[in-house]
Write a protein that binds this ligand. Structure first.
Ligand SMILES: [Zn+2]
Length: 242
């Protein structure tokens, strides 16, 4: 689908990008969509980019924990990338703009958004940076993401984190996708189980409730420019219909 009905389009434009492999110009469409509002009133924005003939969509979440900033660089690259034919890409630089603004893991109410999704939610971690919140999907950022993903129904979603290092195989929906991303990025396949079992994570919610596959990539404590390049290129490759 091109445009989720309840979302507010804040900007739209069409770019003509010349392709070296095609005689005619490939039209790249782009729009910026406000998918929700944070606790402190900041917009949660998604940039939608797609080329003519686009197929199933892919979503990239650059940052969910505001003190993990390497994924912002991946999204910045993808915002400028030439799209292969058939790619339909939704780029969310941060789903936690208050946390990103404050360089803080949690949202403005001190909730770890990656413990707040309504899948295997438990109340845990009060007074720590991993507080799951007072109830499942209590936070507006969580609800914005679930509504957005239900509307867009991406086939592939990549969620970027730090400081661990690898492509997450824990409760993976598609090991083929995990292995492909590992191969493309040079990051190892690793099992990130949140120290004994994950509760209320975005990827678990996505993989349980939607048809598409979501994968977490941990970019390490710091990410080199070449790693950022490899990860953004890997996203384009797995988002390209075969
Ligand atoms: Zn994280």
């Amino acid at each position: 689908m091109r445009r989720p009905v309840p979302l507010l389009i804040v900007a739209a434009l069409v770019l003509a990008a010349t392709s070296t492999t095609h005689a005619t110009a490939l039209e790249i469409h782009q729009e910026e969509v406000r998918i929700g509002t944070s606790v402190s009133g900041r917009p949660i924005l998604a940039v939608h980019r797609w080329a003519d003939g686009a197929g199933r969509s892919a979503v990239v979440v650059g940052s969910m924990h505001g003190d993990e900033r390497a994924g912002l660089r991946v999204v910045r690259r993808l915002r400028a990338a030439v799209l292969p034919v058939g790619v339909d890409l939704w780029l969310i630089a941060t789903m936690n703009p208050d946390g990103t603004s404050a360089d803080r893991r949690t949202n403005a109410r001190g909730v770890d958004l990656n413990r707040n999704f309504p899948q295997n939610w438990v109340e845990a971690g009060a007074a720590t940076a991993k507080w799951s919140g007072p109830s499942a999907a209590s936070e507006p950022e969580t609800r914005a993401m679930t509504a957005f993903l239900r509307d867009v129904r991406p086939w592939t979603t990549v969620v970027l984190h730090q400081p661990l290092y690898g492509v997450d195989s824990y409760r993976a929906k598609s090991m083929a996708l995990v292995r492909r991303l590992s191969w493309e990025t040079g990051l190892p396949v690793r099992r990130f189980d949140c120290g004994g079992g994950c509760h209320g994570t975005l990827t678990d919610w996505h993989n349980s409730r939607l048809d598409g596959r979501a994968v977490t990539i941990e970019l390490g404590r710091s990410a080199s420019d070449s790693r950022v390049h490899l990860v953004s290129r890997a996203v384009l490759r797995v988002a390209t219909p075969s």
